[in-house]
Structures are given as structure tokens and as C-alpha cells.
Design a protein around this ligand. Structure first.
Ligand code: NAP
Length: 311
């Protein structure tokens, strides 16, 4: 049965966004996922997200995207009908201190995959970020000129531009900060909930605004872009602009945790290697017109709370 479905290659299957693939796929694609250091344990995952049959249908292989020969061999064996490129070094502070490493995975690997997709003439969706903007002129639409203020943001812009040069039909999905309790991968929300459950304070910025969405909604948006054969740049922001602090308070409330343990702080209070833009809210009307419909944050948090089996 699965041989009739189109093959989707997903890089970064072992990351935060990759964890939502089994839930969102719903039998649309025959998924082949690449991981590097973190193999997925189908049994452990099945227990966490309650989707055993779908998780076990995902085929995974270890492919280091920094090794072109390895990548080309794997692509030739799979012959995907479409590629969703999630893999990245996604930590801006790490990128700031490891510029060459960031360039290799965030730019060079994207280009390598984009060149393959161009030659094969298949849909290619690359996940970029709201951090391509400097945060001084929000909200940002797809036609605003990028103005990154960190190595990570600069490398996302470089990857976007290089990709569109080698493959003008490629699609770039700029995602905002994403939340959720993923079945695997890192999540700031999981860490916050753990702290609040242990009655430890959570410090959150009152002066940093984003149009956040949850991981599942973002992956639904990415699947929509693939299904519609979208080309060019799309923003996949949520419909509400919210500060990190206000989000943390909403989250504590939704999970029945102590709201007064959420403490306000300012970006200037915390010294970090990468500069953090104040407000990179995204205007996402182009994606909304295509059928992307993020729910509000309260509704989404309630859904995550009900769905979560994690204690
Ligand atoms: N999470 C967010 O809030 C957010 C916001 C905006 C944009 N984005 C973008 O969305 C995409 C997905 O983010 P995410 O949060 O899911 O990232 P993540 O959790 O940090 O996962 C990164 C993934 O990339 C893989 N990877 C890294 N280096 C690799 C290599 N050399 N070869 C093969 N795979 C490699 C990792 O594999 P292993 O772990 O197996 O090594 C992992 O699966 C990224 O492009 C990120 O920049 C994320």
C-alpha cells in the first residue's frame, strides 16, 4: 500500500519539528527521515505520543549532511518525490561561537540538497527563521528586506538566497519560535514546565515579542506548502503577537502551575553570545490565504495539555 504514496525525505527527523511528522503525516507520504547523532526509538516514542503505528512506518537512516558523498548516495537510493529540509544548527548562541560549523550545516548542506532537488525537479521546502530580521520594524512580511543581527540569522539569509539561485522553484518557510511538548528533541516549554513542577522560578523576557506557533501547527503549514507546490518565501507565523513573559504566564495557567513563579526579566539582564531582536513578529497572510490556520495560543495550549501523556 505504502508503495503508492509519494516519498518524502525529511532531514532533521530527530529534532523538535521532526517529532511532529508522525502526527501530521496521517498516511499522506511515505516518509524517509535522516538523523545524525540521535536515532529515534520507535517504542519509546510510541509510548509518549500514542501513535505507534504511524511512528513505526517512518523509515530512518543516519546521514551526516556535512558529508556530500554520504548524502548523494542516500538520495540516489531513496529517490524522493519531495524534500522537507529541517536539519540545522538551530541554536543562535552556539552558531555565534561556531561560525564555520553553522555555515556548513545551515548554508552548505542546504545548498547541496537544493541542488539535488533542482536537478530532480521535485518540491523542496527549506525551513528558515524570523531571525532573518533585526526586530526594529515589525511586523515583517515576505517582501521586507532581511536584516539579520546574529550569525544564525545571517546564515539563514545566505542559505535562502543561495537556494533560490540554484533552485528558483524552491520554497522557503520562515518559522517563528515554536512551542510544544515534543515526543523527542529539545523544547523550551518542556524545560519551563519541568521547572514550574519542581516549584522553581522561570524567568521570561517582557521585552521580546514573537508570533509563536506550536510545532504541530508549523508542520501542518509545511505539509500545506508541499501539497500546494508553493514556491518562494512564506511566513508561518501565528495570529497573535506575544511577549515571552506573557506566554509563560499563559502556559503556567493552562497547565495548572503556579503563575507567580514566572518572573519578568529583560533581555539586557542576560548576557548571551547572540543578539536577540526585540520584535520579529511575522505577517503571514500569504500562508493564511493558502489555507494555513493557526489556532490562538490559549486554544493550542489547552490542546497540548490534553494531548500530553508526559508527567
Ligand atoms: N525550534 C524553533 O523554535 C525554530 C524556530 C524557527 C526556525 N527553526 C528552524 O526549523 C528547523 C527545525 O528546527 P528544530 O527546532 O527541529 O531543530 P533541532 O531540534 O535543533 O534539530 C536539529 C536537527 O538537525 C539535525 N542535524 C544537525 N546537524 C546535522 C548533520 N550534520 N547531519 C544531519 N542532521 C543534522 C539534528 O540531527 P541529530 O540530532 O540526529 O544529530 C536534528 O535532527 C531548523 O532549520 C531551525 O533553524 C526552528
Amino acid at each position: 500500500m505504502s508503495k503508492n504514496k509519494p516519498k518524502l525525505l525529511v532531514t532533521g527527523i530527530s529534532g523538535f519539528l521532526g517529532s511532529y511528522l508522525p502526527i501530521v503525516n496521517n498516511n499522506q507520504w511515505d516518509i524517509h527521515g535522516f538523523y545524525n547523532h540521535s536515532p529515534i526509538n520507535p517504542d519509546a516514542v510510541a509510548h509518549t505520543i500514542g501513535q505507534q503505528h504511524q511512528v513505526s512506518l517512518i523509515k530512518t537512516s543516519k546521514v551526516n549532511l556535512l558529508e556530500p558523498t554520504e548524502v548523494k548516495t542516500a538520495l540516489a537510493a531513496i529517490q524522493p518525490d519531495a524534500i522537507l529540509h529541517l536539519a540545522a544548527q538551530s541554536n543562535p548562541n552556539y552558531c555565534e561561537a561556531h561560525e564555520a560549523e553553522s555555515h556548513a550545516i545551515n548554508v552548505a548542506a542546504t545548498l547541496l540538497l537544493g541542488e539535488y532537488a533542482a536537478t530532480a525537479s521535485i518540491p523542496f521546502v527549506f525551513v528558515s527563521s524570523d531571525l532573518v530580521f533585526d526586530g526594529t520594524k515589525a511586523p515583517y512580511s515576505e517582501t521586507d528586506t532581511p536584516s539579520p543581527i546574529s550569525v544564525y540569522g545571517r546564515h539563514k539569509v545566505e542559505a535562502e538566497q543561495a537556494l533560490l539561485q540554484v533552485y528558483p522553484d524552491a520554497c522557503i518557510a520562515r518559522c517563528p519560535v515554536m512551542y510544544g511538548l515534543p515526543a523527542w528533541g529539545n523544547s523550551f516549554m518542556s524545560n519551563w514546565i519541568k521547572n514550574l513542577r519542581e516549584e522553581k522560578p522561570v524567568y521570561a523576557f517582557t521585552d521580546e515579542y514573537r508570533t509563536k506557533v506550536d510545532g504541530q501547527t508549523a508542520v501542518e503549514g509545511l505539509f500545506l506548502l508541499l501539497r500546494k507546490h508553493a514556491k518562494g518565501v512564506y511566513h508561518l507565523g501565528g495570529k497573535e503577537k506575544i511577549s515571552r513573559y506573557d506566554f509563560a504566564v499563559k502556559m503556567a495557567k493552562a497547565f495548572g502551575l503556579q503563575e507567580d513563579l514566572v518572573k519578568p526579566s529583560l533581555r539586557a539582564d542576560v548576557k548571551m553570545p547572540a543578539a536577540r531582536p526585540a520584535d520579529v513578529s511575522l505577517l503571514s497572510d500569504k500562508a493564511y490565504a493558502l489555507g494555513y490556520h493557526p489556532d490562538g495560543i490559549d486554544v493550542t495550549l489547552a490542546r497540548i495539555k490534553n494531548f500530553s501523556l508526559v508527567e
